[in-house]
Design a protein around this ligand. Structure first.
Ligand code: FES
Length: 316
């Protein structure tokens, strides 16, 4: 639905690795920020029509700030470059409320948190939460070198510092055998975030060692290429109105044209802002990020996903 934007102020900005800065955001009115759960992200409005998604990195028990890690993307002229070059302490930004497409299974007997480079950010929130719950876990950070390892200072001073393992490409001793590590912890949930190639390599290394449901990836990647589109109908449960979504239109566009207040931030199926709940009908999911438990609960991303059945009944 249409999440009202939150005005925030940049309270601090400091380097945390090569080409990587931390931004600390506080509410512009000095009050508390909406609470968030481990694994959540926010959309940062960077300029007219530009928003970028960033995972939160601080303790989810905190309500006075959001901490982000921002890697300057190579050749960036927009999003991350603006946050690096133009945004300074005191600067005001608008952000979305936190959303969570990467939830933590808090009852797992053991959790293995693996971050590649800036992919460490959601792992930090998991680590804070698991530490608070007294649950066993390990946090592994992979980076090309110590200079490129984000949040190193925070990791070495955090309450869970004794559970942090650093693996550097330029350190011959820096490898890790995750299969061997998992062998002693059968009931392990594995969380993975980082560049696609990194996640694929670790995912393949773990194949057969865990069932797919135990491997959770944070994907900030475009949706699957669309299949051939067919028109379909949706009915709004509250009014009974029926809309037809033509083949050349997305569901979120049809809803907006009908006056339904709904966000369309990315809109490529990875921010979660356009999620709606389906009460009846079969969804053709075309995103890569919505966890199975949210799909099972009827959620769909209306900017990319469509209907398999002729009509969907929406909780709107
Ligand atoms: S608008 Fe971002 S997932 Fe749909």
């Amino acid at each position: 639905m249409n999440d009202a934007l939150i005005p925030v102020r940049v309270a601090d900005k400091y380097p945390i690795a090569t080409d990587t800065v931390a931004l600390e955001l506080v509410a512009a009115d000095g009050g508390e920020l909406p609470p968030f759960t481990a694994g959540a992200h926010i959309d940062v409005q960077i300029g007219y029509g530009i928003s970028r998604q960033y995972s939160l990195a601080n303790d989810p028990a905190e309500t006075h700030r959001y901490l982000l890690g921002v890697l300057k993307a190579p050749n960036s002229r927009g999003g991350s470059a603006m946050l690096h070059d133009l945004v300074m302490p005191g600067f005001q930004l608008n952000i979305s409320p936190p959303r969570n497409l990467f939830p933590l299974r808090e009852d797992a007997p053991f959790s293995l948190l693996i971050g590649g480079g800036i992919g460490i950010t959601p792992m930090l929130t998991f680590a804070y939460r698991l530490q608070q719950l007294g649950k066993p876990f390990e946090l592994h950070l992979h980076a090309r070198s110590r200079e490129r390892a984000p949040f190193l200072e925070l990791l070495t001073s955090a309450p869970f510092a004794n559970k942090v393992y650093l693996h550097l490409d330029d350190d011959p001793e820096g490898g890790v055998d995750y299969r061997a590590l998992l062998a002693g912890n059968a009931a392990t949930e594995v969380y993975l975030c980082g560049p696609n190639g990194f996640m694929e390599a670790i995912g393949s290394a773990l194949q057969g060692a865990i069932v797919p449901e135990q491997l959770h990836r944070e994907v900030f990647d475009a949706a699957e290429p669309a299949a051939v589109n067919q028109p379909f109908d949706v009915q709004l449960a509250s009014s009974g109105d029926v809309l037809t979504v033509p083949a050349d239109q997305t569901l979120v566009e049809a809803l907006q044209l009908h006056g339904v207040p709904i966000s369309r931030n990315c809109p490529r199926g990875f921010c979660g802002g356009c999620a709606v709940t389906v009460l009846e009908g079969e969804v053709d999911h075309r995103d890569n990020v919505l966890p199975q438990e949210l799909r099972d609960a009827g959620r769909m991303l209306s900017c990319v996903s469509r209907a398999k059945s002729g009509r969907l009944l929406l909780e709107l």
